[in-house]
Write a protein that binds this ligand. Sequence first.
Ligand code: KIV
Length: 271
Amino acid sequence: MSIHKPIKRVTTHVLIAMKQRQQKISMLTAYDFSMARILDASGIDILLVGDSASNVMAGHETTLPITLDHMIYHAQSVVRAVDRAFVVVDLPFGSYQGNSKLALASTIRIMKESGAHAVKLEGGSEVSESITRILSAGVPVMGHLGLTPQSIYKFGTYTVRAKEEEEANKLLEDVKLLEELGCFAIILEKIPASLAKKAAESVKIPVIGIGAGPDVDGQVLVTHDMLGITKDFQPRFLRRYLELFDEMKTATIRYINDVRSGDFPNDQEQY
Ligand code: KIV
């Protein structure tokens, strides 16, 4: 039972008010209609059409190959499912970096063709021009700092970011900058919990963590990780609520056996 009044439709204002009330924000990824329907019906606050679709849906090793057309297809499917949640769509690699006009053109395609509510992009000062241009068109922007998977070949690994003072200071500066530019929220991925706490306390906009400890304004996970569909991905920060890979495999084996034995369909399962 929540102590707060039920929210009819989540907006950027609702999310900022949630931070002010110290009400934690829940966020998960979604890439398709059926999953988004379940998550929205459960009362999730934000659905992220993440470029992790590149890994989870398409089986790529990184998020780099997914295209703007693919992201729009996933976003359209999610938006059709949603009554309550705020839908944020990742700008994919190559659709915004280094060219703010391209960033705006990519954003306008996402907003027009999918009906989503906001975009997310990775980076701080290096993408500030793109953020400003997108915001000038009236589109809400979510930032993403810390481990930014689109830069995986620069980092070389998916290990914890900003453990050293220089990178931690740059991250804190970027958090302030993203707020000043007008972002409505920021994702912090895989950084020390103490740094994430400091970052969340330094701004009025919500800071949502993934592998960033408890002292932020909300949490996000990749739904397929949280449900145990992606069996082999087991980082320390992940809590698995189901073991769906195993459960779905068991169900599928039962189905195969029933077909092979002639048990399915039975007398009631036919016309
Ligand atoms: O694409 C994604 O799923 C993300 C989350 C990890 C925050 O960016």
